[in-house]
Write a protein that binds this ligand. Structure first.
Ligand code: FE2
Length: 236
């Protein structure tokens, strides 16, 4: 027991040291080496809550992706973050349906982009946010399926804006338009009323209930009925 106690004290000292280092990093974060902070965050702050769960490796996109690099966009499955992107790995799946809401539709493009885990886009002012670091597109399978692997985005820093993933649909006969952003039911900035309304839509809800699979990866499902755009059209 004494050994255990001694070990715990050492762990606690290590944790305290890490937290002090993180606080030091936070104080320097304004305008300096943000990437260095994110690299450290991926191995310390984001890891700490997971140590007890035995899933310490789940601190970057690597766990959600099948390889070490981005999957080529365009298949029905893709990975939209690099393997070393810090954050909680997450896999979103669903089926795209024709306007009747029942017939799975093949060959429909779904383009998505999002912030990183700290709520920040990587584009510079004036650049198209669609080209931010974490983005990609899929084309639905012959069963209408799509899947993308990513990390859970964060809220914009200092805001009450819910974490979200932007999404655009297009395909033969379907000019591009944007659809409601992907949101998450565990987000503190989404009202209970909005969650209730969304829940009534079942799998078509844009507010996803995330569950953790046996590997510890977050999973969410969203089915989408495509429209011939009459609103939210991008003109592309
Ligand atoms: Fe956004």
């Amino acid at each position: 027991m004494e050994t255990e106690k001694g070990s715990q004290s050492e762990d606690e000292r290590d944790d305290a040291q890490i937290v002090r280092q993180m606080e030091d990093d936070m104080s320097k974060l304004n305008g300096i080496d943000r990437r260095a902070f994110l690299r450290r965050a991926s191995t310390t702050a984001l890891t700490l809550p997971l140590i007890g769960l035995g899933v310490v490796e789940l601190t970057s996109c690597a766990s959600a992706s099948s390889g070490t690099t981005l999957s080529p966009s365009g298949g029905w499955k893709t990975t939209i973050c690099a393997a070393n992107e810090p954050g909680e790995p997450m896999i979103i799946t669903g089926t795209i349906y024709a306007p009747d809401g029942r017939t799975p539709l093949e060959g429909i493009n779904l383009f998505v982009y999002q912030t990183d885990a700290t709520g920040v886009y990587s584009t510079k002012s004036g650049e198209d946010q669609r080209n931010t670091r974490i983005h990609g597109h899929m084309r639905s399978s012959n069963e209408g399926k799509y899947e993308f692997r990513t990390i859970k985005p964060g809220s914009y820093p200092g805001s009450r804006n819910p974490a979200h993933i932007h999404a655009y649909m297009s395909g033969p006969g379907y000019p591009e338009y944007w659809i409601d952003e992907f949101h998450f039911t565990d987000d503190p900035f989404i009202s209970d009323e909005d969650k209730r309304k969304a829940a009534a839509k079942g799998n078509f809800s844009p507010i996803l209930k995330l569950t953790r699979d046996s590997s510890g990866i977050l999973r969410g499902v969203r089915d989408i009925t495509i429209e011939r755009c009459s609103r939210n059209c991008t003109g592309r």
